[in-house]
Design a protein around this ligand. Structure first.
Ligand code: ADP
Ligand code: MG
Length: 244
């Protein structure tokens, strides 16, 4: 079936981004004029060799760092130059982050880890008032990622795939519009990695979640609707958008 659907609007864009790091006396120009657009509800894969700047690009896109030159735009409006506090708020509300090494807090259970972004967002008093509603939301998400049997477990008692599912549930608790995933399967065996990608595909189609996923694995990248490659500090189109 070849339906013709209207193209969704651009959700997040990188415009002429430059970023360099200083390594001793030398500057390393990691990004040199990167232009990239991701549309609402799109699942975009970004590939590139180790050291090509994939994580750097994702960090700039999610306001974890600022470009030297260029802009990040959300729904067409520039966001990278906003005051730090506004950027923090945007980062916490608009973006969800998933990393290769999960970054779960070892002392907390799955339920507590998933709730942790809300403990930061709300004051202690507000959190306490809302806690039963928030816990229900967290339990629901934990079930959606297939971890209902691990709700009270701590990270040391869980497998890599389970840890990544917990990290994904935590990234969704703030109801982000855009999920930024940096090598989400990089630490997992092939089959476990496939399960994680299937979960991301489901979240993309069921919630219209916009996803930018970085990977060095082309087979994993092909699960996205569109693929771009970072090379020599710039973005090349590898595969145009296909219906998922
Ligand atoms: P990738 O994720 O594609 O492997 P990165 O974006 O992590 O690439 O890194 C790109 C280049 O920038 C690498 O050469 C790396 O060493 C360098 N780099 C990344 N972050 C920093 C930093 N905070 N300070 C100095 N150099 C960095
Ligand atoms: Mg990286």
């Amino acid at each position: 079936m070849n339906e013709i659907l209207p193209t969704p609007p651009v959700h997040l864009s990188a415009v002429a981004l430059d970023k360099s790091y200083r390594k001793g006396p030398e500057a390393v120009n990691v990004l040199r004029g990167v232009n990239l657009e991701v549309r609402k509800g799109e699942f975009l894969s970004i590939i590139g060799r180790s050291g090509s700047g994939k994580s750097t690009l994702l960090h700039l896109a999610g306001l974890l760092d600022t470009p030297d030159i260029g802009e990040i735009r959300l729904d067409g409006k520039r966001i990278d130059h906003l005051p730090a506090k506004t950027r923090d708020q945007l980062r916490n509300r608009v973006f969800g982050f998933v990393f290769q090494f999960y970054h779960l807090l070892p002392e907390l259970t799955v339920l507590e880890n998933v709730l942790s972004p809300l403990m930061i967002r709300y004051s202690m008093w507000e959190y306490w008032k809302k806690r039963s509603e928030l816990q229900d939301q967290a339990r629901e998400l934990i079930a959606q990622v297939g971890l209902e049997h691990r709700i009270k477990h701590k990270p040391s008692q869980m497998s890599g795939g389970e840890l990544q599912r917990a990290a994904i549930a935590r990234s969704l608790i703030s109801e982000p519009e855009i999920l930024l995933a940096d090598e989400p399967t990089g630490n997992l065996d092939v089959d476990t990695g496939k399960g994680i990608i299937e979960l991301l595909e489901r979240l993309n189609s069921e919630r219209q979640l916009t996803i930018m996923m970085v990977t060095h694995d082309e087979a994993i990248a092909r699960k996205g609707q569109r693929i771009v490659r970072l090379s020599k500090g710039q973005v090349e189109n590898i595969r145009e958008r296909v219906a998922s």
